[in-house]
Design a binder for this molecule. Structure first.
Ligand SMILES: [Zn+2]
Length: 132
């Protein structure tokens, strides 16, 4: 396990810092990921580490930005250490995560936050009062 897990999980309150999945509902600890990947000279300091579910971490991979399809502009992904989740995302009545800003929009797309598995799980977490 990443030696920074305890500190990062405490900051994240044991939720995925991207899709807000509750770690409690899983049978394995979430992953400590590098916001700026090590392959792009990201550091191991706490201000560059975030807690992520497997789905978000796999889809984020080494991305730090993607092209926003609405503006055709290279747009940085949500940074949990710099950005406030509520400013960039909201949950719709269909349990989808909606990007309120360009940052939110590209993050939802890049991390595939509204795939059918994510929506199904999110509905269960809501029924169990584990989400949002
Ligand atoms: Zn996630």
């Amino acid at each position: 396990m990443n030696p920074s897990y305890d500190a990062v999980a405490a900051i994240a309150q044991h939720r995925c810092e991207y899709c807000r999945a509750p770690e409690l509902a899983f049978n394995f600890p979430f992953e400590v990921e590098h916001i700026i990947p090590k392959s792009k000279q990201g550091s191991d300091s706490l201000d560059n580490l975030a807690l992520a579910c497997r789905s978000c971490n796999l889809h984020k991979s080494n991305h730090i930005s993607i092209i926003d399809p609405d503006t055709q502009t290279e747009t940085t992904l949500f940074n949990p250490r710099q950005d406030t989740w509520e400013n960039h995302f909201q949950i719709t009545s269909r349990q989808e995560i909606f990007g309120l800003t360009a940052i939110g929009r590209v993050t939802v797309i890049c991390l595939n936050m509204n795939n059918s598995s994510q929506i199904f799980a999110r509905r269960l977490w809501i029924q169990w009062n584990l989400f949002p």
